[in-house]
Write a protein that binds this ligand. Structure first.
Ligand code: F6P
Length: 327
């Protein structure tokens, strides 16, 4: 165990994700178990710049494991992108005698941590918390499973009404530049088609598939649209399809921020607890400027630099599965 680390700070940053609270709880309790003092920073890098730190004890993180959002609150900080902002953040950490930081967030959070760690000598450990699942170095990010379950629940409801009216629905899900939420939602909800950024889509092919479905007596159709796909938004795609294929009455639903809230699933609570524990233990074992992740059920530490620069590939088998099961 490194003797140097006595006081750590923890914060959540970027888009919130269900399970961030469970990760915070695990960090605070694991740290306390190891006699470390923990400080919670409010509103991510914004609070770091403003010196908004507060001591956290194990009881302060009671009754939060099941809560969505983040009790530390979060922000997308523009100021931290500037050298002056990062200098103020460093000064706050020094003022509180912080030896290391644990950052719970996604690629924006880790990009900031990676830059900061090159400028100042305060070790960072990242915990992947984003619904998008777009970080290299972990099979799943915290919040992804919950977001997929929320989206599937929504599509199940849309399926009822789509079936009743013989309609074609385009359902847009989040994921920014990644199609993980869309692909898993598509398979889990039995959608006819999934449009994701990682795969070249064409309007012709989409219409062809819809026509084939109609020929096979499909009375309604569901298409899951990842917000980052190249054909356009669900509304734009629906308009283009309507012009060329009017067999179904066509509707659009954008699930939006519903996917970001709600109680984390059991899988996300477990993942968050394991990663919070792994982050503190990693620090104590001398890890720095890495992200704690789980790959094939094993804890792994991946340099922050790699988590944001290496692409996380979709499972090709799932792509084929989605196609075959939509027959
Ligand atoms: O990164 C999480 C995410 O929900 C993305 O899926 C989405 O593109 C983005 O954040 C939305 O960000 P905001 O809540 O700032 O509008």
């Amino acid at each position: 165990m490194s003797k140097d680390i006595k006081r750590i700070a923890v914060f959540t940053s970027g888009g919130d994700a269900p399970g961030m609270n469970a990760a915070l709880r695990a960090v605070v309790r694991t740290a306390s178990y190891n006699n470390l003092h923990v400080y919670g920073i409010q509103r991510g890098y914004e609070g770091m710049i403003d010196g908004n730190l507060k001591r956290l004890e194990p009881r302060d993180v009671g009754n939060i494991i099941h809560r969505g959002g983040t009790i530390l609150r979060t922000a997308r900080s523009e100021r931290f992108r500037t050298p002056e902002g990062r200098r103020s953040a460093y000064e706050s950490l020094i003022a509180y005698d912080i030896d290391a930081c644990i950052a719970i967030g996604g690629d924006g959070t880790f990009t900031g941590a990676n830059i900061f760690s090159k400028e100042y000598n305060i070790p960072f450990i990242g915990i992947p918390g984003t619904i998008d699942n777009d970080l290299f170095g972990t099979d799943n990010t915290i919040g992804f499973d919950t977001a997929v379950n929320t989206a599937i629940e929504a599509v199940d409801k849309i399926r009822d009404t789509a079936d009743s009216h013989n309609r074609l629905f385009f359902v847009e899900v989040m994921g920014r530049h990644a199609g993980f939420i869309a692909l898993n939602t598509g398979i889990g909800s039995g959608a006819e088609n999934v449009l994701i950024p990682e795969v070249e889509n064409s309007l012709e092919r989409l219409i062809e598939t819809l026509k084939k479905g109609a020929k096979r007596q499909k009375l309604f159709s569901l298409v899951i649209v990842a917000e980052g796909n190249k054909l356009g938004s669900a509304n734009e795609i629906a308009d283009m399809v309507k012009e060329r294929f009017s067999y179904y009455d066509t509707k659009v639903t954008i699930i939006g921020h519903l996917q970001r809230g709600g109680a984390p699933t059991g899988a996300d609570r477990l993942l968050a607890s394991r990663l919070g524990y792994a982050a503190v233990n990693g620090l104590l074992l001398g890890q720095k400027n890495v992200m704690a992740g789980i790959v094939n059920d094993k804890i792994v530490y991946t340099p922050l630099e790699e988590t944001i620069s290496k692409p996380k590939n979709l499972n090709e088998d799932l792509l084929k599965l989605a196609e075959v099961l939509a027959i």
